[in-house]
Write a protein that binds this ligand. Structure first.
Ligand SMILES: NC(=O)c1ccc[n+]([C@@H]2O[C@H](COP(=O)([O-])OP(=O)(O)OC[C@H]3O[C@@H](n4cnc5c(N)ncnc54)[C@H](OP(=O)(O)O)[C@@H]3O)[C@@H](O)[C@H]2O)c1
Length: 343
């Protein structure tokens, strides 16, 4: 099979830090073009990463017939419009999280991918890390009994008004930026959709974005997610999977560096002093590279649905319900339909 040619929208920090280095190494991938609103920035990024083509507009990149896959790491409000344009141009799209800010938009994108016969996926690189796959296997093998709780904490401090995370009108705020990881994590490990959610937020008075958000969700069978995310607290990431016969703790659940051997602690809960505790170490892995290679396999196997599209809809439905719950101060039910004809 021929390598897929990738084109990059924008000159985002995440592209520079993680995805471009990963794409340079990934099997089946050829880093072909980058586009920016400013040709000078596009050319600079192309020079830094040895990318053969640079474009001064997103439209010019989408019109390049040799590009197979578009990577979309634009600010959140541009995920859906540019993904729709890329699908219309016949491209497959790997789009940064959260792909959609509303459930209606998620439906639009998944329907467009289906009718174009193209793969669209939301870039939750965590799902590809060996530590997640190992934890999943341990769960399925019953090592912690029945999963009852997923507890996540994801926090950093960024109060730069110019940062995309601190601009409400372009999809900023902690829930969209990192709350989406808690949602995707719980859906992944429970292997189910939650039935209802509750949420409380603290808004930044100047930015109008949520800077501290705590949410909960309950899953069929009684399992629960609880999470706190913050854009203006200390840097920390924690993830615990609680079971009826033990628990699993991740050392670096979401951003484990590629050269670091991820560690999982599994504890039977025999006592509070750790006598039932075992430390498991995973081989170092670049989750962004694994994500790109997995995306290439999806394209090669022509898997336009439903694995990736189901997750896009599921994540959007939960994020939207959390947003509703933060406003209503009540538990909100999850719906994966928009209520529009044809859903
Ligand atoms: N998966 C992960 O690990 C991860 C980590 C960080 C971020 N992300 C996601 O990646 C996306 C980008 O985040 P980032 O921190 O990398 O953003 P960033 O550095 O601010 O980059 C965003 C890029 O989008 C383009 N852009 C177009 N319209 C813009 C606007 N109105 N304001 C600002 N930039 C605009 C700019 O490129 P040009 O001007 O050159 O066109 C800019 O370089 C977000 O969706 C975020 O959730 C994912």
């Amino acid at each position: 099979m021929k390598n897929l040619s990738w084109g990059i929208l924008g000159t985002a920090g995440i592209a520079r830090k993680a995805m471009l280095p990963a794409l340079r190494e990934a099997n089946g991938c050829c880093l072909t073009a980058v586009a920016s609103r400013d040709i000078v920035r596009a050319e600079a990024m192309a020079g830094d990463f040895g990318i053969p083509r640079a474009y001064g507009s997103y439209e010019a990149l989408l019109a390049d017939p040799e590009i197979d896959v578009i990577y979309n790491p634009l600010p959140n409000h541009l995920h859906v419009p540019l993904t729709m344009q890329a699908l219309a141009a016949g491209k497959h799209v790997l789009c940064e999280k959260p792909l959609a800010l509303t459930l209606a938009d998620a439906h639009k994108v998944t329907a467009a991918a289906k009718s174009a016969g193209r793969v669209v996926a939301e870039a939750f690189m965590t799902r590809h890390h060996p530590q997640w796959l190992r934890a999943h296997e341990l769960l399925r093998a019953g090592r912690i009994g029945r999963l009852t709780g997923v507890q996540a904490l994801f926090s950093y401090c960024n109060d730069d008004p110019a940062n995309v995370r601190n601009q409400k009108d372009i999809g900023g705020g902690g829930l969209y930026d990192v709350g989406c990881y808690a949602v995707d994590t719980a859906r992944f490990f429970f292997g189910a959709e939650p039935e209802a959610v509750s949420c409380t937020i603290d808004l930044d008075p100047d930015f109008g974005t949520d800077r501290l958000t705590t949410g909960a969700a309950h899953f069929p069978g009684g399992g629960q997610l609880s999470f706190t995310v913050s854009t203006q607290s200390a840097l920390v990431q924690q993830l615990t999977l609680l079971g009826t016969e033990g628990y699993l703790v991740f050392d670096a659940p979401f951003n484990c560096p590629a050269d670091h051997a991820a560690r999982l602690t599994i504890d039977s809960g025999a006592d509070l002093l750790g006598s039932g505790r075992e430390l498991l170490t995973c081989t170092p892995a670049d989750q962004y590279r694994l994500q790109a290679e997995s995306f290439v396999r999806e394209v090669q196997q022509n898997r336009t649905a439903p694995a990736t599209t189901g997750d896009i809809l599921g994540n959007a439905a939960v994020l939207e319900a959390l947003t509703r719950a933060a406003q209503s101060h009540r538990w909100e039910a999850i719906t994966t339909t928009t209520g529009q004809a044809g859903d």
